[in-house]
Design a protein around this ligand. Structure first.
Ligand code: ATP
Ligand code: MG
Length: 287
């Protein structure tokens, strides 16, 4: 059975970087993976396909009403298959039905069976000006959601909104949602995120630190498995892929109500300020 997982989170939190590197890690383990992106810049698959062009399937579908998805799926040297949906024109329409529609076509046009896919990973862009992830969750397309957060106040606010949306859309109190803490600035931030995750009852799937190898590989348009396969970062991402293979236990989602979120964020900001002042005082004292 093909498992569908969507990666969600605020723009710039690292969804595409993480999803592409994890896809590559899964392919190296012998799993058959399709990565689907919907970014307007077609950047969800860039690190895997390099210079190869890719046609945005949903944009063509809107024009022709009939497409053969097999023509849009790009096999890559990494072993990962890539599909870009493209996006909507800013200010026009809504992407929500698009993801479900393409997902249906993957089955009806025999793509899932032909490629014998173990995983379909969806990288849902934070730039999409509508809730493109809601309908696929409501319709039961997604079996699992992974929210990527980089530990900024804003990305936690987004994570909480996504959690509220998932809870509403899935129609279930329990749904497998996990958090990936990516590129968080320091240990204290990770502690704050751990406290959020406990209270919202979501599991932290992984914590991925800032990695120069990861940053440089992205700038080079490759994954870390291409540019630094022996690095600590590559080994860690392999381990994250292993963790993704473990079954999830759906927990009872408890996103913060808005008022509580505001109070909690305020508390975090005050603790952050106190920590920074303490560091500054120590530095002044020690010269
Ligand atoms: N752990 C990390 N270490 C170093 N750099 C990172 C890390 N994670 C992400 N980055 C860098 O952060 C930038 C933003 O990441 P990315 O494009 O994956 O974000 P995104 O969530 O997909 O954004 P969008 O929603 O706009 O598509 C990229 O330049 C990427 O290389
Ligand atoms: Mg992206």
């Amino acid at each position: 059975m093909t498992q569908r997982i969507c990666f969600l989170g605020r723009g710039g939190s690292g969804k595409s970087t993480v999803a592409q590197n994890i896809s590559h890690a899964l392919a190296r383990k012998g799993y058959r993976v399709l990565l689907i992106g919907n970014d307007i810049s077609l950047s969800s698959t860039l690190l895997l396909r390099g210079e190869a062009d890719i046609a945005p399937a949903l944009e063509d579908y809107r024009e022709h009403y009939e497409i053969d998805l097999n023509d849009y799926i790009l096999p890559t040297a990494s072993g990962v298959y890539c599909l870009e949906l493209g996006s909507i024109d800013p200010g026009v329409g809504c992407l929500a039905r698009g993801v479900s529609l393409i997902d249906e076509m993957l089955d009806t046009q025999g793509v899932t069976a032909r490629l014998r896919l173990d995983f379909i990973l969806y990288d849902i862009s934070g730039e999409t000006p509508c809730t493109g992830y809601i309908l696929p969750i409501r319709d039961g397309v997604m079996q699992r959601c992974v929210i990527v957060t980089n530990g900024s106040f804003a990305s936690v606010t987004t994570a909480n909104s996504i959690l509220q949306a998932v809870l509403r859309a899935s129609g279930k109190e329990r749904f497998p949602v996990q958090l990936i803490v990516n590129n968080a600035s320091c240990g204290d931030t990770k502690d704050e995120l751990a406290s959020y995750a406990r209270r919202a009852t979501i599991e932290i799937l992984a914590s991925i630190d800032y990695s120069r190898e990861l940053e440089y590989s992205s700038l080079a348009g490759r994954t870390v498995f291409d540019t630094a396969p022996e690095s600590i970062c590559a080994a860690h991402l392999e381990a994250v892929a292993d963790d993704l293979l473990l079954p999830t236990i759906p927990t009872r989602l408890t996103p913060f109500p808005r008022r509580e979120l505001i109070v909690w964020l305020r508390g975090w900001q005050q603790r952050e300020l106190a920590r920074r002042l303490a560091v500054a005082q120590r530095e002044a004292r020690d010269g």
